[in-house]
Design a protein around this ligand. Structure first.
Ligand SMILES: *[C@@H]1O[C@H](CO)[C@@H](O)[C@H](O)[C@H]1NC(C)=O
Ligand SMILES: *[C@@H]1O[C@H](CO)[C@@H](O)[C@H](O)[C@H]1NC(C)=O
Ligand SMILES: *[C@@H]1O[C@H](CO)[C@@H](O)[C@H](O)[C@H]1NC(C)=O
Ligand SMILES: [Zn+2]
Length: 378
């Protein structure tokens, strides 16, 4: 390497080591290897692809592959991720879902466009589409029986505290009225088979109900998502006065801890193993025949270690093994043992970690009520 190249290389290395520059400015992935030379930020390869789509505000360049001049290095030194965050994320609403590198493309792209293209967060009290407390429009909703997506009118209202949808354009009565305090909305592009696919889960008569929706436009579906969060947040502020905004934020619609296929046996544990789709929503383990079913076939409550819940690797001694999958898990509950098998060891370990993260937490008084209600239903 020539001394000149070496000097530039060292200058860039120093820059990356400055606080804030060691993780992607947009998704927090460590060791970003790209930059936006117009915004002065260090970003990862995936986010650089999104920045390329907004050439009016961002020009990207590789830290490693592209040539650098002193003035470009100086520009980066004067800006950087910390400064950009102070400018472009100054007024992010507390309920707004800020994605990271584990989130799907549509969330990450709309976050980047909201920050730099629409400049949603650079000044206080900007009128934002998702902040009004009311939203109505048409979304594609998957039909429960035939799996076809149909155009349905949805209305979200903070004043009414609910989300409704209508099956006919002129219908007076909604098909469903979903109270905002029990909605969980999560993006599920792979499962739904659409990059903008959103799953909405809610409780109906104490059972979980799923609906699957999308909108062709990325901004629209992400606006719906944040509008639901905004309405939920304001509901929580009223329901829990005196609780800090920061704490309330964690009560907002949340992602599932883990989803995937496992095999399970019935209560007698002699009926053979059946493959099912499992979803763990905090203490609620639900299973489905098909990942897109509206209702769970069954639900298992996962309590805490103090009240007799335990997860063990392998199947309990004496239990029949599965002819299919070999990596067993036993969940011990005060009522009975549940036996599961996973296809791979890594799936098994991930499920065990997810169950333990729940079992190792103490239960709140509300969760004891939920547990009692689970028992009551069986
Ligand atoms: C990324 O976001 C998810 C969902 O909010 C969160 O569980 C996870 O801890 C985050 N990861 C990092 C590295 O911040
Ligand atoms: C959704 O999230 C809330 C908390 O926001 C939680 O109480 C509820 O059990 C979750 N699941 C369903 C199906 O509503
Ligand atoms: C749902 O659970 C609550 C307690 O959590 C109970 O009071 C109510 O009767 C249950 N409703 C149904 C329809 O089972
Ligand atoms: Zn990134």
């Amino acid at each position: 390497m020539s001394t000149e190249k070496e000097r530039i290389f060292r200058a860039l290395k120093d820059l990356v080591q400055k606080p804030g520059n060691g993780i992607c400015a947009d998704c927090q992935l460590p060791e970003p290897e790209w930059v936006s030379t117009t915004l002065g930020i260090f970003i990862c390869l995936k986010c650089s692809g999104i920045h390329r789509n907004i050439p009016d505000v961002s020009k990207v360049k590789s830290l490693i592959l592209d040539p650098w001049t002193d003035s470009q290095i100086q520009f980066m030194a004067q800006h950087g991720n910390k400064a950009a965050q102070q400018k472009y994320e100054a007024f992010v609403p507390i309920y707004y879902y800020v994605p990271n590198y584990t989130d799907c493309q549509v969330l990450r792209e709309q976050w980047i466009r909201a920050k730099y293209e629409r400049k949603d967060f650079t000044e206080p009290n900007k009128p934002l589409a998702y902040a009004t407390g009311y939203r109505e429009g048409f979304l594609w909703k998957r039909g429960r029986d035939n799996g076809q997506f149909l155009n349905r009118k949805f209305v979200l209202s903070e004043a009414d505290g609910n989300l409704k949808y209508f099956t006919k354009h002129d219908a007076k009565e909604p098909k469903a009225v979903i109270k905002v305090d029990n909605i969980n909305a999560t993006f599920q592009p792979t499962k739904i088979g659409n990059p903008n696919g959103l799953q909405i889960t809610y409780l109906k008569d104490n059972s979980t109900r799923n609906i699957f929706i999308y909108h062709e436009e990325e901004k629209e579906i992400v606006d719906w998502f944040n509008a639901i969060r905004a309405v939920q947040f304001h509901y929580l502020q009223v329901a829990f006065p005196g609780t800090s905004d920061h704490e309330l934020k964690y009560k907002l619609t949340r992602n599932f801890l883990k989803e995937g296929y496992m095999e399970k046996t019935g209560p007698k544990q002699t009926e053979g193993f059946k493959k099912r789709w499992f979803t763990l929503d905090h203490r609620r383990l639900m299973y489905y025949k098909d990942p897109l079913d509206a209702f769970a076939k069954g639900e298992v409550f996962i309590g805490s270690s103090e009240n007799g819940y335990l997860v063990k690797e392998g199947l309990c001694p004496g239990a029949q093994s599965s002819p299919g999958w070999q990596y067993g898990i036993t969940i011990v509950t005060p009522d009975r043992d549940f036996l599961f098998t996973c296809e791979t060891e890594s799936e098994q370990q991930e499920w065990i970690a997810a169950f333990n993260s729940v079992i190792n937490q103490q239960m709140s008084p509300q969760e004891y009520t939920v547990e009692a209600n689970f028992k009551h239903r069986r």
